[in-house]
Unconditional design. Structure first.
Length: 259
């Protein structure tokens, strides 16, 4: 479980003598709503959702949420924010890249179902980067990217790869290169398939050198091959955030990330 899932599991077990205020704020149109936007939406939601007694009972909680927007909300690439509060007994805040419908609910326990359903829609996915020498594996989920391991296949010998075009025309040299490349990619595909086993991976995105894409896709074993949804050209040593942004663009289109 990741940090968000652990926090949700913990809240499922909350037994509170006091009522809980659960507030969901989301925006489907703007990619990065400002704190001012959310403050306005929050004020409107409270006005139409709570009666006067509830407003009075949760006055300090409402003030705390307003303070959060003024002092702590970052806003970058976030499309929704969720609060669970009950005086000194509970204070949890979640921010997501995808929108969730607005809710304002007073109940004896945190109103978790909209958040849980939204998270299930946004599957964890795998990013595999490949060049002629190595591979890198990442999982991406809920706005977070994590590198798991470097996967090194058989190296294609430098002196062979750098041979001039005249020599490349010779079948023997070409077959030598192709054989090494075949074993390298086969090793990576098998290693990736082992990594995915017993993990909840929704789909696979491949990045790397364009000339390798078709070879990689042919080597993907079933059912990993069925999870493949797209590719992007890149070097393997790019910053982690660039990998995340490139894969996110493909994921949003293929999975219809935003409802």
């Amino acid at each position: 479980m990741n940090d968000i899932e652990l926090r949700i599991e913990k809240m499922k077990n909350i037994k509170n003598k006091f009522q809980v205020l659960s507030v969901y704020l989301g925006e489907k149109e703007k990619k990065s709503p400002s704190s001012k936007y959310f403050r306005t939406e929050f004020k409107s939601l409270i006005k139409k959702s709570l009666n006067e007694k509830e407003k009075k009972n949760f006055a300090k909680d409402i003030e705390k949420i307003q303070k959060y927007f003024n002092e702590f909300y970052g806003g970058r690439d976030m499309r929704s924010i969720v609060f669970f509060t009950s005086g000194k007994n509970l204070w949890e805040v979640f921010e997501f890249e995808f929108p969730i419908n607005d809710y304002c609910v007073v109940s004896k326990s945190p109103f978790l179902s909209p958040m849980i359903k939204a998270i299930k829609k946004h599957e964890k996915y795998l990013v595999l980067l490949v060049d002629h020498k190595k591979a890198r594996l990442f999982t991406v989920h809920l706005g977070r990217i994590e590198e798991h391991e470097d996967v090194f296949g058989e190296q294609v010998p430098q002196r062979v790869r750098q041979i001039n075009e005249a020599w490349m025309r010779q079948d023997k040299i070409f077959r030598h290169i192709e054989d090494h490349l075949h074993r390298h990619i086969h090793f990576i595909a098998q290693k990736t398939n082992e990594f995915v086993k017993n993990k909840h991976i929704g789909f696979l995105i491949i990045g790397g050198h364009e000339e390798l894409f078709s070879k990689i896709e042919k080597h993907l074993p079933y059912p990993l091959s069925k999870k493949f949804i797209g590719r992007f050209v890149t070097e393997l040593n790019i910053p982690l955030n660039d990998i995340y942004l490139k894969s996110k663009t493909i994921a949003e289109k293929a999975q219809k990330f935003y409802p």
